[in-house]
Design a protein around this ligand. Structure first.
Ligand code: PBG
Length: 325
């Protein structure tokens, strides 16, 4: 029996009804906020391509982290852009380097805020690639994962509540897990950027993290945007290697992948609403072409509806504030 007996609009007729039958909830509890740390003191430098986002020196990052915690967001992820860049990624390997300092400072300033550490080489290498580059000009996977494990150990020692490898090298989760466990850090979780696409939406981030590749691109290690089965293979391998959470990145253009990953695994699924997704909304809102608040809440609700348990978003503290009011 269809219309006129059946009228789906009945449960849509008022906000109390819509609230009652709403299938997806957005909560600050599910949000993680990225922080960009740079050398110096008293630095709070606007990122041109990401209005509202700043590069912060260590003590500024700790101060901002307190505001983020006060907004109700439970976690941040730290990206560092050290001044010194070389082929060995020395700045990231330094146990007291910029990222390690920032992690310790943020944990000291707000002990209850979870601090995730992005683990990659691109911010510390002179060529800007996520792994070491051999003399032949190709990415040396196996040498890279040894360095990544060393970097992850530094960040865990500095107090990181989780390490998040974003490099897309093969075998890095296992290498990091072994290195952490050997050092007695068997309680530090690994958030694997298991499904990271070679995306055009990372452009603004590369300005913020000063990590654009000097030559070539990242397509020999990041996933081809056309592939979804390969994404499932990557998550399965990373979980086998010991990943505690898996990430899909970017989020908006890959909602189908989020749904498929959510159905395929038992661990929490994280989605990263990346810099380009942020900047598109900001740019259109600044011109009055789109309602920023409505657009942001719609994108995040869509990412949750697709199956993401957690979302990394540059909008996180703002959204937490909106959800409270
Ligand atoms: C690099 C890294 C990137 C992002 C997070 N980690 C960019 C890249 O691969 O070039 C992108 C995040 C964003 O765009 O917001 N390891």
């Amino acid at each position: 029996m269809g219309f006129p007996h059946v009228r789906p609009r009945r449960t849509r007729q008022s906000e109390p009804w819509r609230r009652l039958v709403r299938e997806t909830q957005l909560s600050p509890d599910a949000l993680i906020y990225p922080l960009f740390v740079v050398p110096g003191t008293g630095v709070r430098r606007a990122v041109d391509s990401m209005p509202g986002i700043f590069q912060l020196s260590v003590e500024e990052a700790a101060r901002h982290a307190r505001e983020v915690a006060a907004s109700g967001v439970p976690a941040v992820i730290v990206f560092a852009a050290p001044a010194h860049k070389d082929a060995d990624a020395s700045a990231a390997r330094d146990p007291h380097g910029l990222a390690a300092q920032a992690i310790t400072a943020i944990k000291t300033a707000c002990p209850t805020l979870l601090v995730w550490a992005d683990v990659c080489l691109c911010g510390a290498t002179d060529h800007g690639h996520c792994g070491h580059v051999s003399e032949a000009g190709v990415i040396d996977n196996d040498r890279s994962i040894a360095t990544l494990a060393e970097v992850a150990l530094n960040y865990a020692h500095a107090g990181a509540d989780a390490v998040a490898p974003s490099d897309m090298m093969d075998g890095r989760v296992a290498a990091i897990r072994a290195r952490l466990d050997a050092a007695g850090l068997d309680q530090t979780p690994i958030v694997s950027y298991a499904v990271k696409y070679a995306s055009a939406f990372y452009g603004p981030f590369r300005e913020a993290a000063e990590s654009a590749p000097a030559f070539g691109d990242r397509r020999s290690y990041q996933l081809d945007p056309a592939n979804a089965r390969e994404a499932l293979r990557e998550v399965a391998l990373d979980i086998e290697e010991g990943a505690d959470l898996v990430m899909v990145k970017p989020a908006g253009p890959y909602l189908d992948v989020i749904t498929r990953v959510r159905a395929a695994v038992q661990v929490p699924v994280v989605a990263y609403q990346v810099s380009g997704e942020y900047s598109l909304i900001k740019a259109a809102a600044a011109r009055g072409w789109i309602d920023e608040r409505a657009a942001v809440l719609e994108t995040l609700t869509g990412i949750r509806r697709a199956g993401a348990d957690l979302i990394l978003s540059y909008f996180a503290p703002q959204v937490a504030q909106w959800l409270r009011t």
